[in-house]
Design a protein around this ligand. Structure first.
Ligand SMILES: *[C@@H]1O[C@H](CO)[C@@H](O)[C@H](O)[C@H]1NC(C)=O
Ligand SMILES: *[C@@H]1O[C@H](CO)[C@@H](O)[C@H](O)[C@H]1NC(C)=O
Ligand SMILES: *[C@@H]1O[C@H](CO)[C@@H](O)[C@H](O)[C@H]1NC(C)=O
Ligand SMILES: *[C@@H]1O[C@H](CO)[C@@H](O)[C@H](O)[C@H]1NC(C)=O
Ligand SMILES: *[C@@H]1O[C@H](CO)[C@@H](O)[C@H](O)[C@H]1NC(C)=O
Ligand SMILES: *[C@@H]1O[C@H](CO)[C@@H](O)[C@H](O)[C@H]1NC(C)=O
Length: 392
């Protein structure tokens, strides 16, 4: 599967080496003054390459050769004059390790308001360790920057990229339509705070495939307003699993609809597949969700719906979640739970979960049958089931 992810990158590099570029103009950041010494700021060269590519009326390519390039910040905005910009990264982009430089920004490298962008290859290193240490020390620290933000964009392809050591979220897809993320890996320390692997929100038709994520927070987190999200061939761990939510923080909030996770492996994660909502009033919802062909290895809460999220018991205690969770299917799920309750549906008393389907579930805890716990959860079960269904 990594082979599938890397094939387009390899063939593109092949084109480079053997035929020059296929179409349009190419802007090599080294020709524009970037130095691959890992410390001279290459932001200006990259920004100039972007201005050229974005301003071109023909398809255009930006090329980052092999080597380490220090990028203080990368703000790449459209709208552009063409809808086929390609960025080929053969080297590594490195952020500042000084938390004063970046941690106040929302994102380190951002692509905004672009229609038609492909990124192939590359390692982006957010150097987040200084900020993680600050957060661990209990001092007051800035939130930190996202390694890679793609926002208000359409028709985007990210292929064969690695995101490492992000200060905050690694990759954010926000306000987008038609985004393919393929063969992308994320690696941040297992105890790094808020370093979600990929966060998708307010977006339509996003496809994440052949992706390996190890991080300190959710491997993939799905925020309000996400529709038609497909996740296939995902490896998660360490991390907090794949999470829809937290939903329902706001009273008026867009719902999440038609989300599929198919063929996913979770190793030593805090949760497996989770739906999570604040315990407070909201008109948000999660509908038409499918979790299929899932393998768990030593996962703490393999199957979880938690509608009583209320961090620090502030602004929600005693309230019921308004988020309506419906039509959620778990199909062909097996492996080991690290806790006794392997299935936990803790749904809202005012908005019970409906249409939950359990099909072919084989979970163990300490080589024994684990437990299933249901509160306000309705649905049906079929096929071999261990633990047995507790659905009403
Ligand atoms: C990419 O970098 C590798 C070394 O990591 C080098 O062998 C290869 O020629 C480079 N490819 C291009 C197209 O520059
Ligand atoms: C990024 O660049 C765009 C256009 O060049 C500008 O409008 C915007 O304010 C910049 N954003 C940041 C966060 O610097
Ligand atoms: C991603 O990780 C897999 C191993 O899980 C590896 O085979 C693949 O080459 C990696 N891809 C990238 C882009 O680093
Ligand atoms: C998602 O992308 C993968 C890889 O290109 C592809 O195999 C799969 O069919 C796509 N899924 C959907 C629903 O388009
Ligand atoms: C659900 O999303 C998938 C892609 O993830 C798409 O192929 C399918 O058409 C969507 N279903 C509906 C009913 O829109
Ligand atoms: C899970 O199911 C797959 C496919 O049926 C099988 O290969 C694997 O051994 C099973 N694993 C466990 C832990 O039951």
């Amino acid at each position: 599967m990594p082979l599938v992810g890397n094939l387009p990158l390899l063939s593109l590099l092949f084109l480079f080496l053997n035929h020059g570029l296929a179409a349009g103009s190419t802007f090599n950041i080294v020709s524009l003054g970037a130095i691959a010494d890992g410390k001279t700021d290459a932001s200006h060269a990259f920004q100039e390459a972007w201005a050229n590519a974005c301003g071109s009326s023909e398809p255009a390519t930006i090329y980052v050769p092999n080597g380490a390039f220090y990028i203080q910040s990368g703000n790449f905005s459209g709208p552009c004059k063409n809808n086929a910009i390609t960025i080929v990264i053969n080297g590594t982009l490195i952020a500042s390790s000084n938390i004063q430089v970046l941690a106040q920004s929302q994102a380190w490298i951002a692509f905004r308001q672009i229609n038609g962008l492909s990124i192939y290859g590359g390692v982006i290193d957010g150097q987040g360790i200084g900020l993680w240490n600050c957060k661990h020390s209990g001092k007051s620290c800035p939130d930190g920057a996202t390694n890679l933000e793609i926002s208000h964009a359409q028709n985007v392809n990210v292929n064969g990229l690695s995101s490492i050591n992000s200060q905050m979220f690694n990759i954010v897809v926000y306000g987008c339509e038609n985004v393919q993320i393929q063969g992308v890996n994320v690696s941040s320390a297992g105890d790094s705070p808020n370093t979600d692997g990929i966060h998708v929100q307010q977006s339509l038709n996003v496809n994440i495939s052949s992706t390996s994520i190890g991080t300190g927070d959710d491997c993939i987190s799905i925020g309000p307003g996400t529709t038609n999200l497909w996740m296939e061939n995902i490896k998660c761990g360490p991390g907090h699993g794949i999470s829809i939510g937290s939903l329902g923080r706001q009273v008026e909030e867009a719902g999440v609809e038609n989300v599929t996770v198919t063929t996913a492996t979770f190793t030593g994660t805090q949760n497996g597949v989770r739906i999570k909502s604040w315990g407070r009033p909201s008109n948000a919802f999660a509908n038409k969700i499918l979790f299929q062909h899932i393998r768990f290895y030593n996962v703490n809460n393999p199957i979880l719906i938690d509608q009583n999220y209320c961090p620090n018991n502030q602004g929600c205690p005693g309230q019921a979640s308004g988020v309506k969770v419906s039509d959620v299917t778990y199909q062909d799920v097996n492996g080991t739970s690290a806790s006794e309750v392997a299935i936990n549906f803790d749904c809202s008393p005012t908005n019970p979960c409906t249409g939950i389907t359990l099909e072919d579930i084989q979970l163990t805890y300490n080589n024994q049958i684990p437990k299933a716990s249901c509160k306000n959860a309705r649905g049906t079960a079929s096929g071999p089931l261990q633990p047995r269904s507790c659905l009403a």
